[in-house]
Design a protein around this ligand. Structure first.
Ligand SMILES: NC(=O)c1ccc[n+]([C@@H]2O[C@H](COP(=O)([O-])OP(=O)(O)OC[C@H]3O[C@@H](n4cnc5c(N)ncnc54)[C@H](OP(=O)(O)O)[C@@H]3O)[C@@H](O)[C@H]2O)c1
Length: 289
């Protein structure tokens, strides 16, 4: 019998590539989109059933889990992929924006996860894959709220992996580097940024590459993270800029790593940093600011 995976936020980007990857490997897929207009996005693939889901709606999580379980009669894996990107200096970011960012990237993810946990625990098997980010590995300027939300996802995944291990359920956090997806074309940007910040923002974005990896790169890593029998590995890195980070941290040690990262982030990478951490993939990136 084919295995079944639930993937959230599949209209575009990493989620869509992950649907295609698992379907091509013979899995049945419960995909989710949040706009009715996107419900037909996976039409033509008989292994995919597409449901409407806005992960911000915590009250909908239990009903969604029931629907997802009924779709193919079982669920073997859950990929919490839906996410959004808030950007700008913290001073200019409104509390509404902070709440929105955590609602989608953290609280919504927690609500969906909780809705599936009884099923996985009773089944004594399952894989939960949470999409974190390379930005969770260290704070980034002008992305501090996004990075904090993704750090929450990574550490939540680590703690949960220990809780669920005795029930045969694995939990992974994927740490993608920069990927060329639509997320950069719909940034929830801070408005009315004081002029004082413009120079810093300019030098940060001046050195942020306008390229990224193809979404298939992370879809392949998610596939490995679901199938990989190493039960106690939680963090999986994807994309060249991310895969390099654990080695860079080991070689440099925590403080030196942080000092090198800070310099690189404002456009002054050392030769050592450049040798240790490659640029992201080569696909062109569309950024709306
Ligand atoms: N691209 C990168 O460089 C990168 C790097 C690290 C981590 N990530 C993470 O990867 C995940 C996928 O992002 P992506 O880069 O593939 O961007 P994307 O193409 O914008 O995909 C994000 C998906 O999440 C959906 N979504 C957003 N808010 C939602 C909500 N409240 N409820 C349900 N679905 C929602 C979006 O739906 P709509 O189409 O309706 O907006 C979209 O389908 C995100 O968690 C992101 O933070 C991305």
């Amino acid at each position: 019998m084919s295995k079944v995976i639930v993937i959230t936020g599949t209209a575009t980007g990493l989620g869509r590539a992950t649907v295609d990857k698992f379907s091509a490997q013979g899995w049945n897929v419960v995909a989710t989109v949040r706009k009715e207009a996107d419900l037909k996005i996976h039409d033509g693939d008989p292994q995919v059933k597409t449901l409407l889901l806005d992960v911000d709606d915590e009250a909908a999580a239990a009903g969604f889990a029931k629907q997802a379980l009924e779709a193919f009669g079982r669920v073997d894996a859950l990929v919490n992929n839906a996410g959004s990107y808030q950007m700008g200096p913290l001073e200019a970011t409104t509390m509404d924006q902070v709440h929105r960012q955590f609602q989608t990237n953290v609280f919504g993810l927690v609500a969906i996860t909780k809705a599936f946990l009884p099923h996985f625990r009773l089944q004594r098997s399952g894989a939960i894959v949470n999409i974190s980010s390379l930005t969770a590995e260290q704070g980034y300027p002008y992305n501090a709220v996004y990075a904090a939300s993704k750090a929450a996802v990574a550490t939540l995944s680590e703690g949960l992996s220990m809780e669920m291990a005795e029930f045969g359920v694995v939990v992974r956090a994927i740490m993608p580097g920069q990927h060329a997806t639509r997320i950069f074309a719909k940034i929830d940007a801070a408005a009315d940024v004081p002029e004082d910040y413009q120079a810093g923002i300019g030098s940060f974005f001046g050195v942020t590459p306008m390229t990224g990896s193809s979404p298939q790169v992370t879809a392949d890593v998610i596939y490995q993270a679901v199938l990989n029998p190493v039960a106690d590995q939680v963090r999986y890195y994807s994309g060249p800029d991310s895969v390099a980070i654990p080695t860079a941290k080991r070689i440099l040690g925590p403080q030196k790593y942080w000092e090198e990262f800070r310099e690189a982030a404002v456009g002054r990478p050392s030769a050592l940093w450049s040798a240790l951490v490659p640029a992201p993939g080569t696909e062109p990136l569309q950024r709306d600011i």
